[in-house]
Ligand binder design. Structure first.
Ligand SMILES: [Ca+2]
Ligand SMILES: [Ca+2]
Length: 206
């Protein structure tokens, strides 16, 4: 076998690998979506509990009926995409995914903690428009053959100190944040009440 054929064969394998969706390798948490010829793409930053998401963390997109129609396994820390979100193919009897203009929902899974984030534990921020990639609408919607930039922040709601559990230090930090934001002229009963509650929480958390 000559060298040129060997290199050519490997280039073909590489091209095939690049064409395949990246979840063929190893989705551990979410199921793989059914593919269709109609695709809307998303990309952007992804963080979990204030830190960039790790390789093997998973992002899933759902249509408004709860059908999983997009999946991406993080490869580069803190980034995702292009994530293909599949649309329904009207020529097939099954429902493959979203319709034009349909709202999309997102879930995130941490491979390190095995925790799933969704609903009010996800904050979405439109990314910048660059070239053919548009800044995503909020909430995100599905449009065929459009690429959107969308940053995803997954976190545990009320975990104010970002230590992945909700306990007294979170309540204490929350009250301290309120007291810093609140200003009023003396005498101020509200500020005194806040101060007293902070003292109680400090004693309880010791
Ligand atoms: Ca269909
Ligand atoms: Ca906490």
């Amino acid at each position: 076998m000559n060298k040129i054929f060997f290199i050519h064969f490997h280039l073909i394998l590489l091209n095939v690998a690049l064409l395949l969706p990246n979840y063929n390798a190893m989705a551990e948490h979410f199921q793989k979506p059914v593919t269709s010829p109609h695709v809307c793409d998303f990309l952007g930053n992804i963080s979990i509990n204030g830190l960039p998401a790790n390789p093997d963390d998973e992002i899933a997109f759902f249509d408004s009926t709860g059908l999983l129609c997009g999946l991406f396994i993080v490869q580069h820390t803190g980034q995702y995409g292009f994530l293909h979100v599949y649309g329904d193919d009207p020529l097939t009897p099954i429902d493959e995914g979203a319709a034009s203009g349909e709202q999309l929902y997102i879930k995130v899974w941490s491979s390190q903690t095995n925790a799933e984030y969704h609903g009010e534990n996800i904050i979405l921020v439109s990314g910048d428009q660059t070239g053919s990639v548009l800044s995503s609408r909020l909430p995100p919607i599905w449009q065929s053959q459009v690429r959107y930039s969308l940053n995803i922040y997954a976190f545990i709601k009320n975990d104010i100190n970002l230590n992945q559990k909700i306990d007294l230090p979170d309540a204490l930090m929350g009250m301290q944040l309120i007291s810093k934001q609140h200003t009023c002229n003396q005498p101020c009963l509200f500020a005194q009440d806040i101060h007293n509650i902070i003292q109680i929480l400090q004693q309880l958390s010791q």
